[in-house]
Design a protein around this ligand. Sequence first.
Ligand code: NZQ
Ligand code: ZN
Length: 392
Amino acid sequence: MFDFQYYTPTKVVFGKNTESRVAELIKEFGGTKVLIHYGGGSVVRSGLLQRVTDCLDAAGISFVTLGGAVPNPHLGLVYEGIELCKKEGVDFLLGVGGGSAIDSAKAIGYGVANEGDVWDFYDYKRKATGCLPLGVILTIAATGSEMSDSSVITKEEGLVKRGYSSDYCRPKFAIMNPELTMTLPDYQTACGCTDIMMHTMERYFTNGGNMDITDALAEGLLRTVKDNALILCKDPKNYEARAEVMWAGSLAHNGLTGCGNDGGDWMTHKLEHELGGLYDVAHGAGLAAIWGSWARYVYKDCLPRFKKFAINVMGVEDKGTDEEIALRGIEAMEDFYRSINMPTNLRELGIEATDEDLVLMAKKCAIGVGGEMGSAKVLNEEAMLAIYRASM
Ligand code: NZQ
Ligand code: ZN
């Protein structure tokens, strides 16, 4: 068991109609001039943005708005947001939407609170010393950005997708109304469930450290999301299932399911970030497409955990050799992906990559992780390429 630090300063306000408390929460955290940042327009179509601006108007809080954060959010809009905040004297950010709008807001927050080019942080050149305070109204259960310390941005030039993590960007509050996720396309709901599970799986498949309470929480979370993802496939308006998945999304990525171990593997995410950067695919679908190939490449080096996962999460019978059980667990996970219409390889994801593309992604991925990375198994560029090739 490793020593650990667990820091989750976000005030969570969860349940029906909780967005009506947005003005009160902004005031509680000292916001007087707000930038409302959102995505491609789902919050306009659903009427949520109007309800939020009405609420701020009624409370006498002044604000400016900036929409347009795309999935795999772009650095260009971040720069625009930073300029707008400086010009308008913004002292509080409100991200309304999914991980993309929230991450873009976090990046704007870094850019306002620090001198110089904000990309430096994502390019690992220097560390931020602060971030503008941020609140969130979540509309898709997926990334956990509403409580996480990370922000993932894509630089258009070179299509470089990178994450930067620090406690400074952890949101002050997160408003989570499961009803707001009911307008999601089924595909995005499934992508979200995949991402949530993967955040815990990344922490679970490790060779460093062990804590039974952490494993029990992780396995319970994974079973809960799996069961409720299947319910949502048939009954997308099921409030209870939406709520289970939404809260799981936050717990999966706020650090809880990694306490006592070495921090996790994270290579499926790193491999996916290259897919997201180059082909602009939905993050969750990219993870599903790569996971099976990653798992088959590494499972022998992390056998006890793959066996435990197979039995305790996927319900595989404890019969046969450890390797057989582990492989049946991987197959069961892929069957689950198929049952929620997620891809299990790059072709199903809609990518016809050339070998040249795969070589380029492996190279960029290796650079992004500083040469090699992983806990279930340490992967270098050659191993990354082998996994990309196996996922075609
Ligand atoms: O842009 P709008 O119009 O809002 O539409 C979005 C977008 O098309 C739509 N959507 C969201 N809520 C909706 C809705 N449509 C209808 N009704 C609603 N209630 O769904 C689409 C996807 O939204 P997006 O914000 O891109 O999804 P997600 O939350 O999955 O975020 C993905 C991004 O977050 C990064 C990913 O790499 C990707 O760039 N990640 C961020 C992390 C973090 N900050 O901790 C960790 C993750 O591992 C991940 O890397
Ligand atoms: Zn993720």
